[in-house]
Write a new protein. Structure first.
Length: 191
């Protein structure tokens, strides 16, 4: 009886090794680090596309970022600016090409995606009498709705490109009809 029980246990040993994760057996665990890219575009019905084709301008925005783990902690406001933008001749072309906004240096445990929110968008296009100002902000409790409200956190479909798999979120201004797209890339790495 004891011999049969012992043989059954021995038969389970190879199965246990086959089901065990490879990383911990070899002494290396898989972790992740994140990269965030940004791209700015205009909706096809955006006022700047219909009135200001070829005009020069600038855009800046504020992004609140919280990326915390045991190995890496970051919380802060990122303020990218793009001083020399040309309004494209037609829809479908971005105002700002995809650009790296932030990237983690440290590999850490998987703990979900960083929390990213675009809180304001500002800038101007053209000069003189035709100058168009853009000032879009988030809605705040207890304050009137802003004239050009910025709606953050619009979830887009995940996808992949030359950098890898990404999760995408959009902030869109209501009146100026501009989109700020954030792509979050989870990059596999060894802890």
């Amino acid at each position: 009886m004891r011999f049969r029980r012992f043989c059954r246990l021995l038969a389970l040993v190879p199965l246990a090794f086959a089901l065990a994760p490879v990383g911990p057996v070899l002494g290396a665990e898989m972790g992740v680090r994140h990269r965030i890219d940004v791209m700015v575009s205009a909706e096809p019905d955006a006022p700047i596309l219909s009135r200001l084709k070829g005009a020069r301008g600038e855009l800046s925005f504020t992004v609140r970022l919280s990326a915390n783990s045991k190995e890496s902690k970051f919380f802060g406001m990122l303020r990218p600016s793009f001083p020399d933008i040309v309004v494209p001749e037609g829809p479908g072309k971005p105002l700002v090409q995809q650009t790296k906004l932030w990237e983690e240096d440290v590999c850490h445990q998987r703990r979900g995606l960083p929390k990213v929110t675009v809180t304001q968008l500002g800038g101007h296009f053209a000069e003189g009498e035709g100058r168009t100002e853009i000032s879009a902000i988030n809605r705040h409790i207890g304050v009137l709705v802003p004239p050009d409200e910025l709606t953050p956190g619009i979830k887009l479909d995940p996808g992949s490109d030359s950098f890898g798999l990404f999760y995408a979120f959009r902030a869109q201004s209501r009146n100026s009809r501009l989109n700020v797209d954030l792509k979050i890339y989870p990059i596999d790495c060894f802890l």
